[in-house]
Design a protein around this ligand. Sequence first.
Ligand code: ZN
Length: 218
Amino acid sequence: MKKVKIKNSTKEFTVGKIVCVGRNYAEHARELGNEVPKFPIIFLKPPSTLIYDGDNIFHPSYSNEMHHEVELVLLIGKSVKNASDEEAENAIIGYGVGLDMTLRDLQNEYRKEGNPWTLAKSFDTCAVISEFVLKEEYKITGKEEIELLKNGNIQQKSSIDKMIFPPAEIVKYISERMTLEPGDLIYTGTPQGVSKVEKGDVLKSRIEHIAEIENIIE
Ligand code: ZN
């Protein structure tokens, strides 16, 4: 079972579900030629695909277009179902920075055929996560910068408040469909600037006041 660590603490959480939101920044939806969604687009990643700061991201040989997506990740600390606004906010106990690695060529192919794009989003090492900062230590304001540097160059840069659906709204929406439990992670979508990675590329992902991680493509 995969675990996540808490910054400045010996506390650990065993990871349950990894729920992800697609197209949650308007400019990213547009850069892929998609409409801005009216409700959160949800997909899942298996917890076994999770890796950490410093681990290598494996580039599958069956894809020619793997993209980086830097994202704010929520750590769920309470069990919630059909959460009210307040319950949804209280269910989030920490924040981290993560990478949702995506096989864009496969995703486009599956989408065109009307098939599920699970395998474009689920493969070993496709989910990267930092340590989490507990909300009691730092509460996000929305002004935090989120960015990704590829080989030292800025590729993605935005701020958390550019999200179409903010964290509590996402938690509320998901909890109406499936119970969220302690240890579940929610990837909240990526800003514009996604790009193709090659073997040897170094990705630095960070969110101001939260965390920074570095991973190499293998
Ligand atoms: Zn994503």
